[in-house]
Write a protein that binds this ligand. Structure first.
Ligand code: FE2
Length: 388
């Protein structure tokens, strides 16, 4: 398992790194989270781990006034969270004076927003290593596959290139290909920067590639092969329009299918972000029946998002197989009109920031502050329809 470089060292025994918090939520060693950001920030997004944890929002200026009652109320070893870890550390000292020992989230939600965790994927073919890389603050997923001593491909990277570079170095791989399955609407892609830093070829779907973006790129056509060097296998792109007109996914026959934002463990991608929802939902219908259904049922489905911790398996991975996907009522729907109606009829409204994020991912230049603002909050890429 690999984590963000800046979160690896743990200096203060009274604090936890984002990784320790994430894992502590999963193992139950974090009994409670006290979030002392203001109500507006808390309403936008909260720390979410691989399982449930009791949580309360008490803005810092209220918390310092109510230290005595808070000390009586919250359990020992709770974690206090603020925007940068400073206000919370002051409160922790005050709580200690009241006899309640709690811990601080190092770097606050700013560090949490950049926290990535890589989990090795099981059942890869000989000489191939694969990782699912979770970004809990946004419930976004990227991937890296490669061969030791050979090449690696990174798919849908977050905007923290050093993480992927370190993972490749640690495993004696060279990142030669970087790919975005589509022009993302929910987060800023790290693809162009990672490709520029590593000298890798940057791939996009044909519909989004070429002169449509200002950085060097090579469109990835349906069925095109990507060579991982010493590995005996090659990945194939499989075009799966639906969420966006040109979404392209990676398929290693009989092993895995990266579904991007097209199909999730418990839902399908919303079809309304880039044009006519009806038209794209129809495309999704054809993708499901013409492209997914013929594939091997045991193929591991690896999506680009999750929505709730319920989608994480006991191994911490977000994955299922095609057999499970096709057990759902929606995927068994053979009537095009009913399928489209079921998806389009229940769509949540799209966040205001999504058009701007797509523009940035297509080359619009904005400030670092605006990028941080645009990335606030969990993805909302799934249609509300659930599979199951
Ligand atoms: Fe997305």
């Amino acid at each position: 398992m690999t984590t963000s470089p800046h979160t690896q060292t743990h200096k203060d025994p009274g604090s936890v790194t984002p990784q320790e918090l994430y894992e502590g939520i999963g193992t139950g060693t974090v009994p409670y989270i006290l979030d002392v950001r203001n109500q507006e920030e808390f309403a936008l997004w909260q720390v979410e781990g691989p399982g449930p944890v009791p949580m309360k929002n008490v803005p810092i200026w209220v918390a310092v006034e109510e230290v005595e009652s808070l000390a009586a109320e919250i359990p020992e070893d709770s974690v206090v969270v603020c925007a940068h870890g400073n206000g919370s550390s002051l409160l922790i000292e005050m709580l200690a004076d009241e006899g309640r020992k709690v811990r601080n989230l190092d770097g606050g939600t700013a560090a949490w927003a950049e926290f990535l965790i890589a989990k090795e994927l099981p059942n890869m073919p000989d000489s191939v290593l694969g990782w699912q890389i979770l970004r809990p603050s946004k419930a976004c997923i990227s991937y890296m596959f490669g061969a030791k001593g050979g090449n690696a491909i990174v798919v849908d990277p977050a905007r923290f290139p050093a993480f992927y570079e370190n993972l490749a170095t640690q495993n004696d791989m060279k990142i030669t290909h970087v790919m975005d399955t589509h022009v993302h609407a929910d987060h800023i892609s790290g693809g162009p920067e990672l490709a520029a830093r590593t000298g890798a070829t940057y791939h996009l779907p044909i519909e989004d590639a070429g002169p449509k973006v200002p950085w060097p790129n090579e469109p990835l056509a349906d069925g095109e092969e990507i060579d991982l060097g010493t590995a005996k296998v090659a990945a194939f792109a499989i075009k799966m329009p639906g969420h966006t007109p040109g979404t392209i996914c990676l398929h290693l026959p009989g092993v895995f299918l990266l579904t991007g934002d097209t199909v999730f463990v418990r839902g399908v991608g919303r079809p309304d972000l880039t044009g006519s929802a009806d038209e794209l939902a129809k495309e999704l219908f054809h993708t499901v029946h013409d492209r997914l259904r013929p594939l091997a049922p045991a193929t591991m489905v690896l999506p680009a998002h999750w929505s709730t911790a319920a989608e994480l398996g006991s191994d911490g991975l977000v994955s299922t197989d095609l057999e499970h996907i096709f057990a759902s009522t929606l995927m068994q729907e053979e009537d095009l009109v009913k399928f489209v109606h079921e998806i389009v009829g229940s769509l949540p409204s799209a966040p205001d920031t999504y058009d701007t994020i797509r523009a940035v991912n297509a080359g619009k230049v904005v400030s670092a502050e605006e990028i941080e603002f645009l990335e606030i909050g969990k993805n909302q890429c799934a249609a509300s329809t659930t599979l199951g």
